[in-house]
Design a protein around this ligand. Sequence first.
Ligand code: M6R
Length: 598
Amino acid sequence: MCGIIGYVGTERALPVVADGLHRLEYRGYDSAGIALCADSLSIYKSTGVVDDLTLPESSAATCAVGHTRWSTHGKPTDANAHPHTDCHGEIAVVHNGIIDNYESLKAELADHAFTSETDTEVVPHLIEEAWNGGDLTAAVESVVDRLDGSFAICVTAEGCDEIVAARRDSPLVVGHGETGSFVASDVPAFIEHTRRVSYLENGDVATLTPDDVAVTNGGDPVDRPVETVTWDAEAAEKGGYDHYMLKEIHEQPQALRQTLSGRLDAVNGEADLDLDLPEEYVRPLEEIQIVAAGTSYHAGMYARRLLEEYADVRVSVEIASEYEVTGGRDPERTLAVAVTQSGETADTLDAMRKASRAGARTLAVTNTVGSTAAREANHTVYIRAGPEIGVAATKTFAAQVVTLGLLTVELGRERRALSTAMASDLLERLRDVPGAIQQTLDREAAVREAAETYADADAFFFIGRRFGYPVALEGALKLKEISYEHAEGFAGGELKHGPLALVTEETPVLAVLTRGGEPSDLLNNVKEVESRGAPVVGCSSLPSASKYLDVELEVEALGVFEPLVANVYLQLFAYHVARLRGRSIDRPRNLAKSVTVK
Ligand code: M6R
């Protein structure tokens, strides 16, 4: 996720765009840049936050585009920062999203001079080919037809007092101001200047001039209604949600589409994470050691079962701070996988370094390009969830599991452990996760009601089996960290070995009753707690469970990924309980987003 803004009007564009970028930094902050467009184009860009840009004191330009980046292709470097330009520095492009076919497009542009490692840079070069100094909109229309993947782009060019914007699966909103036209990935970028907005739809191409915005779709003119937003700037930054956590929970379908983008071929049963692990290493691989902390550890637990079941490799998952390299293992045939959203967690880095010193190859699965984990590991896979601001990890958990699901298919195929049919089936289910999560989010009112019913309980228990067990642990972690109430996750089968003594009429039990979670066996555990009077909230795809549940939250059919979808109900439950209790949801007491001390 990156932030983009464009302005063309009667005011000086530099302060408008620079202020807008500050307001978009929550969308990405590893590098930034601005293109000022007057008779000639001037580009200012660098790594770091917007304040790190060296900008002119003033500029007479009244047209500009800006970008604040969260890297997905290419490290955060000055050269990779946006805007990107064509060979002559006449066309500037900023982009949010991923262009899946950039490598093949780049191959067609062999006589062009590329200066970055980004997918984006093909766009200005393609426009250069299509544009003859005439109709910029027509040139952009012809280029976006050739792009695969998701994008929101803004283009401006030397001598043109206009911005052309286009979107597919990445948001773009237009602002209609008194002093000009605005376009941005989100309203807060220009809310200081206008509250009159229209939202572009997939396939739209908008041409912004100082006093007009013309939109086409498939070459035909279309009208996008103008709405007036009533939020203030701070609420707008949260997309109208009261907390970043809730916004990030709702971002999951979009984030996961990014995670999956260009990485799977369900027809042929192939996944490609761009890993350069040699086949002669993968085939005889003996063991995978996953090291992680907190929520990432739970994602690792989910992955363990996927990898063991479908890639036929022995997997251990270790709490990073407890990790030790023990004897009897062959480091040469071991892959240590550090799962870490931030890429900066000291315990996880320490474990990864221990594994590396012992001779194991290391793979970082992280959300943060250029993080320490990404720099130090032998291999890196990005989960592409976009920045997560709420301390409670939500969308990054889902993106970690989905990325590790892709890794399972890639390794399983290479190890000849997974048939094409089985791989296709898993990939189809992965592809359906974003839609299933959307349906879950659409039932938020039922979760809020359950939270209202049980918010005053003194303790909450979460139970699950197999893939549902890490989700039970994750549900409990979410609730305890933001509500400050006692919450415990258990493997369903363990209840009778002790925890059942804690269960009373006052302790709600949340159960992950889905495929991939041994629902019939878990139902027996549900009966155990229900017969002791405990209220049961079931995230369920098991119709026969209904009569034992006080609240039933339906989970779409998705095989082993059903618990991942059920987890979204648990995130929402934690959020609403914490909210009813008036907690500091985005910044819970005593906790930090990135734990860089051991
Ligand atoms: O950045 P990491 O994924 O390495 O962070 C690990 C944990 O600190 C983190 O997952 C923590 O448990 C979550 N913020 C809890 O919601």
